[in-house]
Write a protein that binds this ligand. Structure first.
Ligand SMILES: Nc1ncnc2c1ncn2[C@@H]1O[C@H](COP(=O)(O)OP(=O)(O)OP(=O)(O)O)[C@@H](O)[C@H]1O
Ligand SMILES: [Mg+2]
Length: 375
């Protein structure tokens, strides 16, 4: 059991490239923290510094009471699962699970007990005498997770462990790993978990909290709900959520005494909350942000103020449609339940429709700083 703390953590590679720029992060004991961000944002570098697989150029890493900067991986109380896990091909599942424990000279009975325990949690009992080549991708990945569990670490580290699996298996492994974390917590042996992924669905569904990174900086650390509804900046707003939030350049304009958002040649009235927030930015360049599910469409103008666009493309998701509108020099995505979308689509594409935003869900970003000015 241990909390994990990064204090001004830095990484400069030997070629002089600064990959991690002095990040601060506190992960509570037993917390499931997901680190997410696009390729190259230094997720793996950060995790590898925590694991002791990469030297630390500045700042410190703490696990529990200890500063671990100069400790070897095996002295840190961690276990790590990688994307490209390699099982020993000539050893059975049981032998693969036991291997690390044998090396540490654990008594035989205890090894057997810990292997059986891990096999039970991961439903590997039937497979204990199989060889890796007889396993499916999902089963093999469970063995890889099992090898981490048997060590009973204080901290679990995962680096994109599911990336090699197909979508269905990924979904079921996601649930298994989450369940495992909950089981350990309920049994009174919570394991702090740091899980790296570039997949925002994994991040949203698994994390107690999520740390969003960009180019070696932390952009926001928050609960999934807060990242989704209260993104602190444009990067987080655009990264979290699929289909993506519509984030488009605009201006705050005064229209007949009412503060509005310019959209092409038209204007959308703000609500009271946004008006208060936006007042200090009157006349400035801003970006507005609205998730596709908070865009409403109609064949008629809306009473409370709206704008218009051309319906250019639709995608049928079954229970809903993604409808793409050409508005001024950009496109907007709307996400509309099928029963509402169908009658509109049946009237044909490439015609004028009206849209409005649920303003209680609309964000405004400062064009220069990219910070959310509407929180
Ligand atoms: N050994 C190295 N020497 C120099 N630069 C490196 C080295 N390893 C990684 N980098 C650089 O550090 C940055 C972060 O790399 P890292 O592998 O941590 O990213 P990542 O977020 O894990 O990306 P991915 O999602 O692709 O796995 C990248 O710009 C990468 O090119
Ligand atoms: Mg990586």
């Amino acid at each position: 059991m241990a909390e994990v703390i990064f204090n001004k953590l830095e990484k400069v590679y030997s070629n002089g490239f600064k990959a991690v720029h002095g990040i601060d992060l506190k992960i509570a004991e037993g917390e499931f923290m997901v680190i997410v961000g696009p390729s190259g944002c230094a997720k793996s570098t950060t995790l590898r510094m925590l694991a002791g697989l990469e030297t630390i150029s500045g700042g410190e890493v703490r696990i529990g009471e200890k500063i671990v900067n100069n400790l070897a991986p095996k002295e840190r109380g961690i276990a790590m699962v990688f994307q490209n896990y390699a099982l020993y091909p000539h050893m059975t599942v049981r032998e693969n699970l036991a291997f690390g424990l044998k090396l540490s000279k654990m008594p035989k009975e205890q090894i057997e007990q810990q292997v059986n325990e891990a096999a039970k949690i991961l439903e590997l009992e039937e497979l204990l005498d199989w060889l890796p080549r007889q396993l499916s991708g999902g089963q093999a990945q469970r063995v890889a997770v099992g090898r981490a569990i048997v060590k009973k670490p204080d901290v679990f580290l995962f680096d994109e462990p599911l990336s090699n699996l197909d979508a269905k298996l990924r979904a079921s492994m996601r649930i298994r790993i989450s369940d495992l974390h909950k089981q350990l917590k309920q049994s009174g042996k919570p394991a702090t978990t740091v899980y790296v992924t570039h997949d925002q669905t994994e991040a949203m569904t698994m994390g107690d909290r999520i740390c969003v990174m960009k180019l070696g900086h932390i952009m926001q650390v928050d609960t999934p709900d807060n990242l989704y509804h209260k993104p602190k900046n444009m990067f987080v707003a655009g990264f979290i959520g699929a289909p993506e939030m519509n984030i488009r350049a605009s201006r705050l304009v005064d229209k007949a005494g009412q503060l509005c958002l310019s959209i092409g040649d038209e204007a959308m009235p703000l609500n009271d909350r946004l008006r208060d927030k936006a007042f200090a930015h009157l006349g400035q360049e801003v970006f507005y942000g609205i998730r596709p599910e908070f865009v409403e469409l109609s064949d008629e103008p809306f009473a409370g103020g709206c704008c218009s666009g051309e319906m250019v493309r639709v995608e049928n998701m079954g229970h809903e449609y993604f409808i793409y509108l050409r508005v001024a020099d950009y496109e907007l995505t709307a996400r509309i339940p099928s029963d509402k979308a169908k009658p509109m689509i049946e009237k044909g594409l490439h015609r004028k429709v009206w849209f409005t935003f649920d303003m209680s869900k609309c964000h405004l970003f400062d064009a220069k700083t990219e910070q959310n000015i509407s929180l």
